[in-house]
Design a protein around this ligand. Structure first.
Ligand SMILES: Nc1ncnc2c1ncn2[C@@H]1O[C@H](COP(=O)(O)OP(=O)(O)OP(=O)(O)O)[C@@H](O)[C@H]1O
Length: 253
């Protein structure tokens, strides 16, 4: 049975080797919310995101994604890692990298179904890369790489989308496009986005947290929120962030 919360962190301590980065981190996030994760360099934003996707294991405490461990939930988590942590110089096309998101198992060879191929085509159209589907990923610009990785993350049809600095290294136009793409997802997918673009991210987010070796929640108006549990659910779609394209999540996919 799934938990009412998309994300629950309870008493989490985490770090690397013996060095703690986060202490006593508590957080709950309802389905369909968009959490902005901000904070200084080295404060622990990527560590928090790593906990959510199961790449970082807590020293103590628990992390649950819809009531399950991140490892058990990972088939339903889409993850966009920080650009600097990725080597995309391998020989793979835009279409193939996106299609990796449709593969449910990493060890069984699988043939993509026609529906999977159609979903990949639709996602590439949605992120504006349909024309570049056959191009090697290594030959893409930084902004195009961020978009194809977003397409791959979305190809998993995630319940939870975890994005680490999606706007890093991309120009203003691409950043605006990315914001529109993300805003069209809010309400249908739970989104956690770490960013140094506080203004842009806060305008999308339904709640936020500053990470500086601990978590300090802040509310939508930028004020500190004393409760680690967010009141209220996701906003109704008021049309404030109208997307250029309808979200490809759900519907025919
Ligand atoms: N794989 C690792 N091994 C050891 N230490 C690490 C590792 N990854 C991160 N750290 C350390 O953990 C701390 C938190 O790093 P983290 O990447 O989570 O911060 P951040 O808030 O995402 O920073 P930035 O804004 O610079 O991306 C830093 O002191 C960093 O040096």
């Amino acid at each position: 049975m799934s938990s009412p919360n998309a994300v629950t962190l309870t008493g989490v301590r985490a770090g690397y080797g013996a060095t703690p980065v986060l202490s006593e981190a508590n957080l709950t996030l309802a389905s369909g919310e968009c959490l902005a994760v901000t904070g200084p360099n080295g404060g622990g934003k990527s560590t928090l995101l790593g906990l959510l996707v199961g790449l970082v294991r807590p020293f103590a405490g628990t992390v649950e994604i819809h009531g399950r461990s991140p490892r058990r939930a990972r088939g339903r988590i889409g993850y966009l890692p920080q650009a600097a942590r990725l080597d995309l110089e391998f020989p793979m096309t835009v279409r193939d990298l996106t299609a990796m998101g449709r593969i449910r198992s990493t060890w069984l060879p699988q043939r993509l179904r026609a529906a999977d191929r159609a979903a990949v085509t639709e996602l590439l159209r949605w992120v504006g890369l349909a024309e570049l589907a056959a191009r090697p990923v290594a030959a893409l610009s930084t902004g195009q790489r961020r978009r194809v990785l977003l397409a791959r993350a979305l190809a998993t049809e995630p319940d939870l989308l975890v994005l680490d600095e999606p706007e890093a290294g991309i120009d203003a136009e691409s950043a605006e496009r990315l914001q529109k793409l993300l805003s069209s997802l809010i309400g249908s997918v739970t989104v956690v986005v770490a960013s140094h673009d506080i203004e842009g991210t806060a305008s999308l987010a339904t709640c936020g947290v500053t990470v500086d070796h601990g978590l300090t929640p802040w509310s939508g108006d930028g004020q500190q929120d004393d409760s680690p549990r967010r009141a209220g659910g996701p906003p109704s779609n008021t049309g404030d962030h109208l997307p250029e394209h309808a979200s490809p999540i759900g519907g025919s996919m």
